[in-house]
Design a protein around this ligand. Structure first.
Ligand SMILES: *Cc1c(COP(=O)(O)O)cnc(C)c1O
Length: 370
């Protein structure tokens, strides 16, 4: 629990609910700062070097948030009316208000998967749909996007082999490959694969500091020196240049030092939650073996709507979210093992109470960030 703020509920709706810890606030308070737009913020510069090294790339660039990284990467890798290939449930398609349509003017060819992880063959089929079906009238394919971990598929992880296979197929077809690595470090902690090993398979990659890493602001994108130079230009075009951003970057540096290894606790808590929910009548756990920090489940068997379930849950002191027509719970550094046990009890109590007692009580339950 951060500072002395009273917590209205156990915050399981998203790992974006994580708040800066007292130690992180201390690091933020002590940050050395300068003008980020002029490249003069020493804390931002240190963070960029740190992330470039972590990801084994030539350079890295600070951003106010991850959505802008996806927009800028797409802009750098494509021209207007080009084709982009991504999983059909990718964040870039489902949760960024069609921003790449506005900012890059691209058309996305979706690949339908269950897991969010597609094969080289599925990628080639998507390419075939773009290129060959109506050739020469289809959009020229330029870019493949992968999401690590895959949010709306349940926090699923690309193995290094799966990524290598898609990466070499993309390279053979002359396509650039971009990783939305919002939760790349969750994948690394879950698999033991190094961030640089994953990053070596893609042309551009970013990590988010505002998810399980617990910082209030910031994402950093890495790539070749040329890519980052172009990215810098479009960051400015998209109004992402900042001033004393070291205030925020100090929180990110603190997170790299203190909040990476502990992601394993979040993964253990997600497994504990899934295990606890599996035993409850009326609950179907869609991620019975969570790979990282997300649990998706369907409480329809209780006989109430998802909205009513969420408001009941919140009135019992637990907030989860409605994502993709299911209930999503996401673990993070502000959720303890005891919180998980309390959440299981709360769901169990709803599952056991008679349906007529299920009146909605909280009107905004389920609204959340991703
Ligand atoms: C949160 C998220 C983003 C967007 O990042 P912001 O920092 O919130 O802008 C992009 N992709 C995925 C997979 C995410 O979970």
């Amino acid at each position: 629990m951060s500072m002395n703020q009273k917590r209205p509920f156990i915050p399981l709706s998203s790992d974006t609910e994580s708040k800066p810890t007292p130690a992180m606030r201390q690091a933020i308070a002590n940050a050395e700062v300068g003008d980020e737009q002029r490249g003069e913020d020493p804390t931002v510069n240190r963070l960029q070097e740190r992330v470039a090294e972590l990801l084994g790339k030539e350079a890295a660039l600070w951003f106010p948030g991850g959505t802008m990284c996806n927009f800028v990467a797409t802009k750098v890798h494509t021209n207007p009316a080009d084709g982009v290939i991504a999983d059909w449930m990718a964040h870039i398609i489902r949760a960024e208000s069609a921003g790449v349509a506005l900012s890059s003017g691209v058309l996305i060819e979706p690949i339908m998967t269950q897991s969010g992880i597609f094969t080289a063959e599925e990628m080639r089929q998507a390419l075939h749909r773009l290129k060959t079906v109506s050739s020469p009238y289809g959009p020229p394919p330029k870019l493949v996007c992968v999401e690590q971990t895959h949010n709306f598929a349940g926090g699923t992880v690309w193995s290094l082999d799966q990524l290598k296979s898609v990466s070499s197929a993309a390279c053979a077809e002359g396509l650039a490959i971009h990783m939305d690595g919002a939760r790349l470090l969750n994948a690394c902690v879950a698999t033991g694969v190094s961030p640089a090993a994953y990053a070596a398979q893609v042309d551009s990659v970013w990590i988010d500091f505002t998810k399980g890493l617990g910082a209030p602001i910031g994402a950093v994108m890495a790539g070749s020196r040329d890519f980052i130079a172009e990215a810098k230009r479009y960051k400015h075009v998209f109004a992402g240049a900042m001033r004393q951003a070291g205030i925020a970057a100090a929180g990110c540096l603190h997170a790299l030092d203190h909040h990476v290894d502990r992601l394993a606790e979040d993964h253990a808590n997600a497994r504990r939650l899934a295990d606890g929910l599996k035993g409850l009548a009326g609950i179907h756990v869609m991620t019975p073996e969570p790979e990282t920090n997300m649990v998706y489940f369907d409480p329809s068997g209780i006989g109430i709507s998802h909205e009513v379930f969420l408001s009941q849950l919140q009135s019992r002191g637990v907030r989860m979210g409605l994502v993709r027509g299911a209930i999503r719970a996401v673990t993070h550094l502000d959720v303890s093992q005891a919180d998980i046990d309390a959440a299981i009890l709360a769901v169990g109590a709803i599952a056991q109470s008679p349906p007529e007692s299920h009146a909605p009580m909280v009107s905004n339950a389920g609204r959340q960030g991703y």
